[in-house]
Design a protein around this ligand. Structure first.
Ligand SMILES: [Zn+2]
Length: 183
């Protein structure tokens, strides 16, 4: 598919009424539903944390979210409260959790569209990518006795940056080895 066609397709799959405010309203309603059905308290901080998460594009760490809450939104919350509530949002299918090789990151869920990522096993960097063939194949998957909330696809490997650093290290090691052999 041509890149332009693909972008049109992506735009079409997101309903026109889904602007930033609408998305926040929809996820807040979902959170209310989840808290009520699980007999949990509807504390203002839970909603503030959810809204903060949905104001971030792409993946984020707890540390990044904490900075956003305290510096930008000016809502004081402890790291422990933030962590517990983010985990709650994951359980409520309102956030996705990326289990990276050395850490974990979180990201808002954008509709039912499949998200594809490549993860570097060495430095834990995570990058989203698009592939029309892959998207189509995953969308076409049928799951019996299972209702998917969102779909995520990961490819693990080594990023360019780490590969360059590794070969530089290897080169240095080889030169030193040769120098020692000459002695
Ligand atoms: Zn890397």
């Amino acid at each position: 598919m041509h890149k332009k066609d693909y972008l049109c397709e992506v735009k079409r799959s997101i309903p026109r009424f889904m602007n930033a405010n609408n998305i926040q309203n929809i996820v807040c309603d979902k959170l209310t539903e989840y808290l009520e059905s699980n007999g949990m308290r509807k504390t203002p901080e839970r909603y503030e944390i959810l809204k903060a998460c949905y104001s971030i594009q792409g993946s984020f760490t707890i540390e990044m979210l904490l900075q956003k809450m305290t510096n930008e939104i000016k809502f004081q919350v402890s790291r422990a409260t933030l962590y517990n509530n983010v985990e709650l949002l994951v359980q409520a299918s309102l956030l996705m959790k990326h289990q990276l090789p050395h850490a974990c990151q979180f990201e808002r869920i954008d509709g039912k569209r499949t998200k594809c990522y490549r993860i570097c096993s060495q430095c834990s960097s995570i990058k989203e990518f698009h592939n029309a063939t892959l998207d189509k194949a995953i969308e076409g998957l049928s799951t019996t006795r299972f209702t998917p909330s969102h779909k995520t696809f990961y490819i693990y490997g080594i990023c360019n940056k780490c590969e360059t650093a590794n070969s530089r290290k290897q080169k240095k090691h080889n030169t030193e080895k040769k120098r020692n052999e000459k002695r």
